[in-house]
Design a protein around this ligand. Structure first.
Ligand SMILES: Cc1cc2nc3c(=O)[nH]c(=O)nc-3n(C[C@H](O)[C@H](O)[C@H](O)COP(=O)(O)OP(=O)(O)OC[C@H]3O[C@@H](n4cnc5c(N)ncnc54)[C@H](O)[C@@H]3O)c2cc1C
Length: 381
């Protein structure tokens, strides 16, 4: 049977396009085809991440902050670093850069194409699509996963407005990573996240870390109140909105069936934070390098102990959600940025991991370390 392509990627979102670009860079001899069901790309989200991981989309970064702060319990932890920063990549820039690299590498990206079932026919993969069957040697599946009906440890819900204000309202030198608010409901943690682009422009986001049985709060009202506090009534316009809901849970190790799951489907969303961009970039690189070298494909790109650490952090948050503000404040008050930022990005050395863990309340985290969150917990939740 002749192959239509060597590598078929299903889903041209963050993970699918990142893998296509990594293959163009590391395995240029492979024929790569990506199928995406959308007919075009818009700015549908914003990726932010620490500057600790190398990736090929740096030209799309529009803003970076070398100072950040966490506020809780009437206290503030402010950190700065000359070498490390928090970066902002709007999705439209990412999509444009990826398409440009793929075009230059001669890789087809088929928009408006719906992929269906995948089966193995000997060593060939056959994927049904609305354009007919596609035969390939490898299939990487980055399609939006079916919503999982089992209950996560916590649910992260967020609503963000990119605003322009008449009066200067923001300090562009320092971003608010977490500004915790009091919550009247047990099991609910609320914080604001503010990315100030200038004195007159910012992304202002409200985030809830909720026990999954809680009903969502009307986030717009809180965001409106916050904007009024910062800028007065009506003194701003909303130029872009984004929202999302990310389950925070330990995923089972992704099983490789006929297709290899990547991105969210492949468990790349960090359980304790909801971040995925850096993990997706690392996974794309190690997969592309392994394919280029003819090596077996690795399941994970990070050392296994990060999985345990995620389980510990998630267990502590799940047991004491009301103490989340205190945990994050302690981390940012006591952790040095040079150790803490790599810890959050899963690139820290073992001494830095230990130093960061020691910044956390010992009793809560010792208990969580004895019973960390595990994938099986969600089946019984
Ligand atoms: C609003 C929002 C903001 C986020 N912000 C951050 C952030 O700041 N930092 C961070 O690290 N992470 C962030 N995340 C988490 C994570 O990085 C993103 O969700 C990321 O887009 C996940 O990449 P993905 O490829 O798995 O999924 P997606 O990017 O959603 O891609 C899935 C693709 O599959 C396509 N598809 C679905 N079905 C089919 C089909 N049958 N055939 C073909 N194509 C199909 C979809 O159209 C889509 O393009 C955010 C998530 C959201 C929702």
């Amino acid at each position: 049977m002749t192959l239509d392509t060597d590598v078929l990627i299903l889903g041209g979102g963050c993970a699918g396009l990142s893998l296509a670009v990594a293959l163009a860079q590391h395995a240029p001899r492979l024929r790569v085809t990506t199928l995406e069901k959308r007919t075009g790309y818009t700015r549908d989200r914003t990726w932010c991440f620490w500057s600790t991981t190398d990736h090929p989309f740096k030209a799309g970064i529009t803003r970076e902050w070398h100072s950040w702060r966490v506020q809780a319990d009437g206290e503030e932890a402010r950190q700065s670093s000359r070498t490390l920063c928090y970066q902002h990549l709007p999705a439209d820039n990412f999509y444009a850069l990826a398409q440009d690299r793929m075009t230059r590498a001669g890789q087809p990206l088929v928009l408006g194409a719906q992929a269906g079932a995948i089966r193995a026919d000997g060593s060939t993969m056959v994927t049904e699509t609305d354009r007919g069957a596609v035969r390939s040697r490898w299939v990487f599946d980055a399609r939006t996963a079916e919503p999982d009906s089992t209950r996560p440890a916590l649910l992260q819900r967020f609503l963000g407005w990119h605003v322009r204000t008449l009066q200067p309202c923001f300090d562009p030198a320092c971003m608010d990573l977490m500004d915790f608010q009091t919550s009247t409901e047990p099991g609910r943690t609320v914080f604001f996240y503010v990315l100030p682009f200038s004195a007159h422009e910012a992304l202002v986001e409200i985030t809830y870390l909720d026990r999954p049985d809680l009903l969502p709060e009307p986030a717009e009202q809180r965001l409106l109140q916050r904007m009024q506090q910062m800028c007065g009534e009506g003194g701003y316009e909303v130029v872009y909105r984004e929202c999302g809901a990310l389950p925070m849970r330990m995923e089972q190790s992704p099983a490789h069936g006929p297709a290899i799951p990547i991105g969210t489907r492949g468990g790349r969303v960090k359980p304790s934070s909801g971040y995925a961009f850096q993990r997706i970039q690392r996974q794309s690189r190690v997969l592309a390098q392994a394919l280029a070298a003819g090596r077996p494909l690795p399941r994970r790109a990070e050392p296994a102990y990060y999985r345990w650490l995620d389980g510990v952090f998630l267990a502590a948050l799940q047991r004491h959600p009301e103490r989340a503000p205190h945990y994050f404040l302690r981390l940012f008050q006591r952790g040095r940025p040079e150790a803490l930022v790599p810890f959050l990005s899963e690139t820290a050395s073992l001494p830095d991991i230990l130093a960061t863990m020691l910044a956390l309340p010992k009793l809560d985290f010792a208990q969580a370390a004895l019973l960390p969150a595990r994938p099986s917990e969600r089946e019984h939740a």
